[in-house]
Ligand binder design. Structure first.
Ligand code: ATP
Length: 514
């Protein structure tokens, strides 16, 4: 039985809650919108993903180092980076429903509806004609051409209006497209306003303009302002990278799709400093390297695709997203951006300090160019969860929920069970737990029949279960059951540590990268 994507996604969300992965923040007070807490299993999975990223970046690259900058930064940082003036979303309210929307999202959704109509026409024609030439059909069918022209017209008008910061024109476009509020169904819209996505707060006890500071909306600026410190103290030679993971905050207007778009989230970013003129080489290098890293998780090649940006931010000379096929479609998972020398130059100008690199080989100083890789830890978590979650029907009609997490990332690596609660089996199982827990997260469980214990571990994604039975007392062997295949084999207790090392350690995953 295959579920509709939205129903499947609902099941993923409830599974996350039921098995201690993710809870709504402050749930006992009815929650806080677009803010989530990671539970006992979620925190482990998130830590393992972060560690895998960190080791792949910092430990495997001699020329990349990691830092941990503060969330609060000098307010001028955000002037220099452009966030104070330009980190805005255009928003509009419906006066009847009192609901707030992003104007660009309303327009994008409207365009998507027209695109759906085109796709339907194409599908209909595909069924009707043999040797169907889709490109030809799209360029000649009157209805399709009309829809396509409409889309082009809307996109051009929107782009022109945004480039000219003409918010009245954006509103007019919404009115001309006859876009209605999905809640009230009316076209009773307010004017469009720009809304800055940064959260502001006050530093110290005096509240005036000068003490306003921001919760960082991205971790990257903490790297840029530390560029010189790290380069000098680490005697780093170009090309080199600085990596960082940490919280970022954005007052997203339309926060939806669970942990895909949150107001408080975590980023894992790496800024790679290169000689001007070599940035495109490095951009291509990191594009490939980052996709390979994602593929190493084994979630399936077809779930990923590149989306090259055609319209570039003013500071970028190349940019692309690695998109992942979430249950709600292909969406951005990671951004790779060639940011030129924009950020360092801005910080030079605003701080009055030189942020240059003296290149011994060329005997000259320059401001390095930067290639950035930026991935959301929570989005990565969601990509892993939504491809790992399965409802299986077993022989005999029994069903099981299983999380086929990459073993090296699973919160618990093995469950250790005594078959029954007597005859010395619990004691031997405890001994095994004590021997394994120095290297791996393992748990002991003696409650319920062993089949039920297997199901519990399947549902939280534990890759192995180790069962101690009477034979174990005689020959020091146990059964080792693998989560996905449910195959069992008899192995020596003395080999367990080595087997887990091979199959579930981060090292096993890191090896695939080199
Ligand atoms: P989007 O277009 O989806 O808003 P973005 O282009 O603004 O994302 P970047 O500023 O490039 O995102 O941030 C880098 C990464 O941080 C994104 O690829 C994404 O994985 C993550 N990210 C950004 N905003 C959020 C958010 N509100 N919640 C969770 N993750 C986020």
């Amino acid at each position: 039985m295959s579920l509709k994507p939205e129903d499947f996604f609902k099941n993923v969300i409830s599974h996350c809650k039921e098995y201690g992965y993710i809870f709504q923040s402050s749930e006992i007070y009815d929650g806080l919108s677009a803010v989530y807490d990671y539970g006992q299993n979620g925190a482990e999975l998130k830590k393992n993903i972060r560690e895998y990223w960190w080791k792949a970046m910092v430990q495997l690259h001699e020329n990349i180092v990691g830092i941990d900058a503060s969330i609060f930064m000098h307010p001028t940082t955000w002037k220099a980076s452009g966030h104070v003036d330009a980190f805005n979303d255009p928003l509009i309210d419906n006066k009847d429903s009192k609901k707030r929307y992003r104007a660009d999202v309303l327009i994008e959704d409207h365009v998507a509806k027209i695109e759906d109509k085109i796709n339907k026409e194409v599908e209909k024609a595909k069924k009707r004609f043999e040797n169907f030439d889709e490109a030809m059909f799209r360029s000649t069918n009157a209805r399709v051409v009309e829809y396509q022209n409409k889309i082009n017209d809307i996109n051009t008008r929107f782009k022109t209006a945004m480039n000219a910061s003409d918010l009245d024109a954006v509103k007019q476009l919404i009115l001309d497209c006859e876009i209605v509020c999905p809640i009230s169904g009316t076209r009773n819209w307010t004017d469009v306003r720009q809304f800055n996505l940064m959260f502001a707060t006050q530093l110290g006890s005096v509240s005036d303009e000068s003490s306003t500071i921001y919760l960082r909306p991205e971790t990257a600026q903490g790297i840029f302002v530390n560029y010189s410190n790290v380069q000098k103290t680490g005697r780093m030679k170009i090309p080199f990278g600085i990596a960082q993971t940490g919280k970022a905050f954005r007052n997203e207007i339309v926060a939806r799709q669970f942990i895909f778009r949150m107001r408080e989230f975590e980023q894992m970013e790496m800024q790679f400093f290169v000689k001007p003129g070599t940035e495109m080489e490095w951009y291509e290098y990191w594009k490939k390297a980052r996709l390979n890293w994602h593929l190493s998780l084994g979630l399936g090649e077809t779930h990923y695709r590149y989306h090259d940006h055609i319209k570039l931010a003013h500071y970028a000379n190349a940019a692309c997203d690695i998109e992942f096929e979430f249950p709600f479609g292909f969406k951005e998972l990671e951004g790779i951006h060639s940011r030129t020398d924009f950020d360092l130059k801005q910080h030079e100008e605003f701080s009055g300090k030189k942020l240059q690199y003296f290149d011994n080989e060329e005997n000259r100083s320059y401001v390095p160019y930067v290639v950035e890789t930026s991935v959301g830890l929570d989005r990565l978590f969601l990509s892993i969860m939504s491809s790992a979650y399965k409802e299986e029907t077993l022989e005999g009609g029994e069903t099981r929920s299983v999380l086929s997490l990459p073993p090296a990332l699973a919160p618990i690596k093995a469950g250790v069970f005594p078959l029954i609660k007597r005859d010395g089996l619990p004691e031997l199982a405890e001994q095994i737990v004590n021997a394994l827990k120095l290297d791996h997260m393992v748990i002991y469980d003696e409650k319920d029949a062993v089949g039920k214990r297997y199901r519990r571990q399947d549902a939280i994604g534990t890759p192995y279960c180790i069962t101690v039975d009477h034979q174990s007392l005689e020959d020091q062997t146990v059964t080792l059951r693998e989560r996905d295949s449910m195959q069992q084999e008899r192995v020596k207790i003395a080999d367990l540590n080595r087997i887990l090392d091979e199959k579930v350690s981060l090292k096993s995953l890191l090896k695939t990268l080199i």
